[in-house]
Design a protein around this ligand. Structure first.
Ligand SMILES: [Zn+2]
Length: 258
C-alpha cells in the first residue's frame, strides 16, 4: 500500500492508494511523528510519496519558506528504520505533472501557483525542469521590489513579497490598498512576460487560492499575452485555470507509476 501526502503551507492532505483524501492543518503536523504513527497503525505501507511546499532533493527537505519543519533526510531515516521508501517531490512539480497529463502533446507547460507563496513549475517535453539542485522554477524568489522584512529564502526583495496572498489586507485583493494592488499586478505581469520569453510555453496553467478567489487574474494575463513581445509570430497560448483541488496528489500518483 502507498501513502500519498500533500504537505502545503496551510493544509496537510493524505490518502492511501485510492482511498478518500483526509485533511489536517499543516501547522499541527510534526511530519516524522505523523509518518511513524501511520506506519505503526497501517503495517503494510510500502512506499510514501510526499508533495512538499518547499525545496527537496533525493528524499531530503532542503528548505521550506512557508512551513516550520526540521530539515531531515526522510528517505534515509525511514528506509533505515522502517524499510519504507519515501519519495519527496516539490508540490508545484507534482501539480505540473498532473496538468501535463491533460496536454500530452505540449512542448512546454508552465504553471503559476499563487497562494501562501508564489511559485512556478515547468514540464518540458514530458520532463520536469529540475536544474542542478532541483530548485529550478522558483519564480517567487526573483528580485523585484525591496521590502523592510525578509523572505523565507533570505533575501528582502523577492517577487513573492509583492505577488502572493500574504500581501493582501484581510486576505483579499479587493480590500487591499491601491499600491498593494498595483504592485501585485506589476509583479505578476513581470513574472508572466519573463516566462513567456524564456520558455515560449504552449500551455500556461494558473492555480492556487489567490487565483481561485480572483478570477480576473485569468483575463489580466490574457490581456498581457495579447500585448506580449513577438505577438505576431506566437501561436495561440492556451491559458487555463487548474480545475481540481488535489492536483498535487494526482501528480504524485502519476509519478509513483513511473
Ligand atoms: Zn525569497
Amino acid at each position: 500500500m502507498n501513502l500519498y501526502i500533500d504537505f502545503g503551507g496551510t493544509h496537510f492532505r493524505y490518502c492511501f492508494d485510492e482511498s478518500e483524501l483526509l485533511t489536517l492543518k499543516s501547522d499541527e503536523i510534526e511530519l516524522i511523528e505523523f509518518l511513524e504513527s501511520q506506519i505503526n497503525l497501517q503495517k503494510n505501507i510500502k512506499k510514501i510519496f510526499i508533495s512538499f511546499a518547499g525545496q527537496v532533493k533525493n528524499g531530503a527537505i532542503l528548505s521550506a519558506p512557508n512551513i516550520k519543519i526540521q530539515n531531515v533526510d526522510l528517505g534515509r531515516y525511514f528506509y533505515d528504520n522502517y524499510n519504507v521508501e519515501v519519495f519527496l517531490e516539490n508540490d508545484l512539480n507534482c501539480a505540473a505533472v498532473y496538468e501535463y497529463s491533460k496536454y500530452k502533446n505540449a512542448k512546454v507547460l508552465a504553471l503559476f501557483y499563487i497562494g501562501t507563496g508564489f511559485g512556478s513549475a515547468f514540464v518540458i517535453e514530458g520532463k520536469i525542469l529540475r536544474g542542478k539542485d532541483n530548485i529550478a522554477g522558483e519564480i517567487g524568489h526573483i528580485p523585484f521590489r525591496k521590502k523592510s522584512f525578509k523572505c523565507g529564502c533570505g533575501r528582502d526583495d523577492c517577487l513573492e513579497l509583492s505577488v502572493s496572498g500574504k500581501v493582501f489586507k484581510e486576505n483579499s485583493f479587493e480590500s487591499s490598498d491601491k499600491e498593494t494592488k498595483k504592485e501585485f499586478l506589476d509583479g505578476l505581469a513581470f513574472a508572466f512576460h519573463t516566462v513567456l520569453n524564456l520558455f515560449d510555453p504552449d500551455v500556461f496553467v494558473l492555480g492556487g487560492g489567490v487565483v481561485k478567489n480572483n478570477p480576473f487574474i485569468f483575463d489580466f494575463l490574457k490581456e498581457e499575452y495579447n500585448n506580449s513581445s513577438f505577438k505576431a509570430i506566437r501561436n495561440d497560448l492556451k491559458i487555463s485555470i487548474s480545475d481540481i483541488e488535489n492536483a498535487n496528489i494526482e501528480g504524485l500518483k502519476i509519478l509513483s507509476r513511473g
